[in-house]
Design a protein around this ligand. Sequence first.
Ligand code: DQA
Length: 148
Amino acid sequence: MKQKKNIQKVMVIHGPNLNMLGKREPDIYGKETLEEINSRLEKLGKKLGIDVDTFQSNYEGAIVEKIHETSGKYKGLIINPAAYTHTSIAIRDALLLLDIPVIEVHLSNIYKREPFRHKSMTADIVTAQIAGFGVQGYIMALEAIAKM
Ligand code: DQA
């Protein structure tokens, strides 16, 4: 009998306003919609033998709860906390509960933008941060987790 591939799971969490990608400031965030990004990640996951689960919320508490659910069930987490990056101690504290690789992704280079975006509440506690590569940043994050 053929041996079944060992399927592992990666969670992808998108923060507030990312459901508006495609329409939202396309010069900064690009023209791809969130659905298109998620489907690219799911397809890449299939190639890598990884089940990709995606989640988006505009609510801080819902994101905190999704991070809690990730604990113990996933090989890694990719998170773009969006505007909560710059404000949320609650998301930072939730991420501290995890003992899996966590990659923080930003479509734009937050360090080239307004000063209030230069501070990330999570950058110093995640495994790595990727910023400024657009959608490619998510792809790089998934490929990196697959190799970890
Ligand atoms: C973002 C950057 C944040 O400053 C902003 O609030 C976002 C998106 C990015 O992906 O570049 O909503 O996280």
